[in-house]
Design a protein around this ligand. Sequence first.
Ligand SMILES: NC(=O)c1ccc[n+]([C@@H]2O[C@H](COP(=O)([O-])OP(=O)(O)OC[C@H]3O[C@@H](n4cnc5c(N)ncnc54)[C@H](O)[C@@H]3O)[C@@H](O)[C@H]2O)c1
Length: 385
Amino acid sequence: MSVTLEVIRKMQVIRLGLIGSGFMGRTHALAAHSVGLVFPSTAKLECELLADCDSQAAAENAGLLGFRRSTGDWRELVTDPQVDVVDICTPNHLHYPMAKAALENGKHVFCEKPLALLPEESRELAALAAARDCVTMVGFNYVKNPVITLAADLIERGEIGQLRHVRGTHVEDYLADPLREGGWRTQQSLAGLGALGDLCHVLSLTQRLVGEPGAVCADFQTVIPERPDGPVENEDQVHALLRFDCGAIGTIECSRIAWGRKNGLTLEISGSEGTLYFDQERQNELWLYRADGDERQGFRRILLGPDQPDYAAFCPAPGHGLGFNDLKVIEMRDLVAAIVLETPAWPDFAAAARIDAVTAAMAESYHRSGWVNVNRAATEDSEAQ
Ligand SMILES: NC(=O)c1ccc[n+]([C@@H]2O[C@H](COP(=O)([O-])OP(=O)(O)OC[C@H]3O[C@@H](n4cnc5c(N)ncnc54)[C@H](O)[C@@H]3O)[C@@H](O)[C@H]2O)c1
């Protein structure tokens, strides 16, 4: 399922150009420095160039994050001949122009989610990447959790039978306090969607485990219309009904105002033979209920251990646990492996464009007050490795 770098025999140096050094920029830098230690390989990822808003911030952050050079202009980074991969960790509205320019210059691109503000922009980027033969990946890190890989294996082996129902949430409380500034996240021109755009990770989990939804019906709400830094221009909470191609139906909730929920990314999938349950706040556990035994047995907790190769790479002892940053290291491993092996990475721009098509359909559904079919044109050709 996932690629291991041990099979790589080709010596290769891959030079990373990182744009943005906020929350995600630091996380990506940490992953770039760690990946060679956790997953020994003949491929070497080097932190070459860092771009930020201005040259002073870029120089300071390049020093802190261990990059050789810095620039205050991202356009220099995407054309720099010493950069092989452009890694985009900026606010959402910059993803499209940066990724487009990087692809046009023949760079591989790792971009944070969501891929773009508009579904047609995402589709255009996916088509451009395919035409240029560039490796692309989007930062849906939670699908890299070995627990999710295990869940996919169990589903594939038929352990919970035919999939019938999906209940997904990604609820947090980072904007529950009305006195908290929204920053770029509450401005439509910078963020696009609100809670749904930020927390669309739940759709990457359903994409991995259940497949694509063909139709959606959603409700959006902005609960706190004004914050200290200005009006709130996108939604605080969303819920939606989904009809999946596999026949299952389901619900999705996203909220940035759910007090007490810090990373409430959960997924419960019920099938004809049992149910799987996952909660990111307890990311080392998968819960399985099988209908073939004594019904009083309840759910069985499967604790992540070294029998999962991506866990073993970090730790030989079971139950010690992986964390959020470890998922970013696994993600970076998959990116490096795809570049060296000249295979597609996953989730690539095509997969991310399909997620953007689902969120756009949800927004349209809310505005039209009814069911909307998801427009998946030109984004059908990638699948999980
Ligand atoms: N995968 C995840 O779990 C996850 C988590 C948080 C954020 N994200 C995504 O990561 C992206 C960044 O989010 P963040 O929380 O790191 O934001 P942030 O505000 O913490 O950091 C943004 C960075 O981009 C830089 N930047 C802004 N404009 C720039 C420009 N014109 N040129 C160069 N640099 C520029 C800022 O200076 C800053 O360093 C967003 O798309 C967000 O949706 C993903």
